[in-house]
Design a binder for this molecule. Structure first.
Ligand code: ATP
Ligand code: MG
Length: 565
């Protein structure tokens, strides 16, 4: 492509409303423009990158045995009523009406459409398994569209759905598609982790999120420093073995602790370590009250609480509820002398606390020398706390570290959630009707583009990973008014095209400084500068990533470029 004929509106200044680097650089380098909040035009450069990412996605999905199709973005409300999501999806669903006042939605995802499609066509186990995918524009009226393409209201997604007659078959596909995802994100040059995520009641193994590591990520990942274990911090089990000290158990004693409510205040008032304090929090778990105990230096993980009780809703009790049930305000709550209706669960660490401190259920008082098994009525000791940095990795290999991540992909075992509600049944070997077992698998294609920029840039601009760069090589004619330079640049450009490379030629009538700055900003992996030494058939080759540059005779250019790419 010739730059004089292209549409690459670069900006010198950083746009004020762009908070993160990828958003700033994609605007400045002329890749995208916003038309409405969370709605963007992909200009020619971004379009090229999207196509490259899509090609990688297609190759890997096809290799996994999935087949491409394309479904409508416009979806009638009836389908969503069948699944129950017309009611439950909420304001993120973009709802519209046609001229006959019939309700429609602009698809945020396609479980309903694909389930109805497959239900109508597939009747026998002989046609299963089936895995279908599409690459398509999705619509979600996000509450806070932000960070450019990272959270848009209109964005490009690859979504795949699989249908099975057995759990084993679903497991197999889940593994194949997870492998495809690893290949895709590796080829896109991303530093990522496949992270165990929360799937509600279904248990941790049934969903993984693919997270690109980045400080601007919204999710916190707990990962091992020496294995590939990674989990959303909410999901990571704690496997620490706590040892009780051989300190002698002393007599329980109520002590005055005026104004000391928090663990920090109590531990400094009494001059004891936070690890000796017992943090007691009253939760409402569905319709019962549960007192959750963790060590003073730990935090209660309410997802673990929810999973332990198999509950639908877990909430911290309000101040009024705490007053009513415990007889005191939060801050002085404790596990001693508690009403029978309140169940007490404690983290494993609490069992090893000798002569601890806890609230006395009386304002201004705590107990000291608390020995949990002796003094309280704990129903069960469970893994109840959030994992922390420095904890051993749950897989037994290495130590836990935290990182922030941007979710670029998601694999999920749906089970029969949609096939049951939408009656997608097949006949098994015995002629018996069964709901299909389903999986779904998404990749944010436009988000992946942004995430790549977030990970690959320097102070001068984007540094594209080779496989998804908008072009392979940037040929710059320093002075197009000089015939020798212009002609040599055009000759090199044509040769690259003939060799099957994808070059961008800067043939604009601009100053050299402008061309170099734009070239850095756009971030094509290799640059060939045709300048003063054109007459000697010598050009300069510069590697965008390292900044190294060297002179190369035109005769050797082909090999040089090949070895760099
Ligand atoms: P998030 O928690 O970030 O909102 P999600 O859990 O809603 O994501 P899914 O429904 O699993 O996402 O969608 C599949 C993929 O689509 C996500 O992994 C992500 O890469 C991408 N995606 C989701 N919402 C957006 C958005 N608003 N803009 C861009 N990409 C998105
Ligand atoms: Mg979302």
């Amino acid at each position: 492509m010739k730059q004089s004929m292209s549409f690459i509106p670069t900006l010198r200044e950083t746009p004020a409303d762009a908070e993160v680097k990828s958003h700033q650089l994609l605007l400045r380098a002329g890749f995208i423009r916003q038309t409405a909040s969370g709605v963007y035009s992909y200009l020619p450069l971004a379009t090229k990158v999207l196509k490259k990412i899509e090609t990688i996605v297609r190759e890997e999905m096809n290799r996994a045995g999935a087949v491409e199709l394309l479904m409508p973005a416009l979806q009638q409300a009836e389908l969503w009523e069948e699944s129950g999501r017309w009611q439950s999806y909420g304001p993120e669903l973009m709802r519209i009406h046609d001229r006959h006042d019939r309700p429609f939605a602009l698809g945020p995802t396609h479980e309903e459409v694909i389930t109805s499609l497959v239900r109508d066509e597939v009747k026998s186990y002989k046609r299963l398994p089936l895995a279908l995918y599409q690459i398509q524009t999705k619509f979600r009226d996000e509450k806070r569209p932000r960070f450019g393409l990272l959270r848009g209201r209109e964005f490009i997604m690859k979504d795949a759905y699989s249908f099975h007659s057995s759990k084993e078959s679903l497991d197999e596909m889940y593994e194949k598609i997870s492998t495809a995802y690893r290949n895709i994100f590796t080829r896109c040059g991303l530093n990522f982790r496949a992270v165990i995520a929360d799937s509600g009641a279904m248990g941790g193994k049934d969903t993984h999120e693919f997270m690109v590591l980045s400080d601007i990520g919204e999710d916190t990942i707990a990962y091992s420093d020496s294995s590939d274990f990674a989990a959303n911090i909410e999901m990571a089990p704690v496997v620490v073995q706590y040892e009780k000290s051989n300190e002698q158990e002393l007599q329980l004693e109520k002590i005055e602790t005026p104004n000391a409510r928090t663990i920090g205040e109590v531990s400094s008032l009494l001059n004891v370590d936070e690890t000796k304090c017992i943090k007691s929090l009253l939760f409402k778990v569905d319709d019962r009250f549960v007192l959750a105990l963790v060590r003073g230096d730990h935090e209660v993980n309410d997802i673990k609480l929810k999973n332990f009780f198999n509950a639908a809703v877990v909430e911290l009790a309000t101040e009024e509820e705490t007053l009513e049930i415990m007889g005191t305000k939060p801050g002085f709550v404790g596990p001693i002398h508690v009403r029978d209706e309140v169940e007490i669960v404690a983290d494993h660490a609490i069992k090893a606390v000798v002569n601890g401190i806890c609230g006395a259920n009386e304002e201004g008082y705590h107990y000291q020398n608390v020995n949990i098994e002796r003094d309280t009525n704990v129903k069960e000791f469970i893994d109840l706390r959030f994992i922390q940095e420095g904890d051993p990795s749950p897989d037994g290999v290495g130590t836990i570290r935290f990182a922030k991540g941007i979710e670029v992909g998601h694999v999920f075992k749906l089970g029969t959630r949609y096939s049951e509600s939408m009656k997608a049944h097949y006949l098994d070997e015995n002629g018996k009707s069964q709901p299909m077992i389903m999986g779904c698998y998404g990749i944010g294609v436009s988000r992946t583009l942004s995430a790549a920029v977030e990970q690959h840039h320097d102070e001068n601009g984007i540094v594209w990973p080779k496989e998804i760069a908008p072009f392979d090589v940037h040929v710059i004619a320093v002075n197009v008014k000089n015939d020798e330079q212009r002609e040599l640049a055009e000759q090199i450009y044509s040769e690259f095209v003939n060799e099957g490379l994808d070059p961008l030629l800067d043939d604009r009538q601009e100053r050299a400084g402008v061309k170099f700055a734009d070239s850095d900003l756009i971030g094509i992996p290799v640059r060939v500068v045709v300048g003063k030494k054109a007459s000697e058939q010598i050009v300069e080759v510069k590697v965008r990533k390292t900044g190294e540059s060297f002179e190369v005779p035109v005769a050797n250019l082909k090999e040089t470029i090949q070895s760099l790419l």
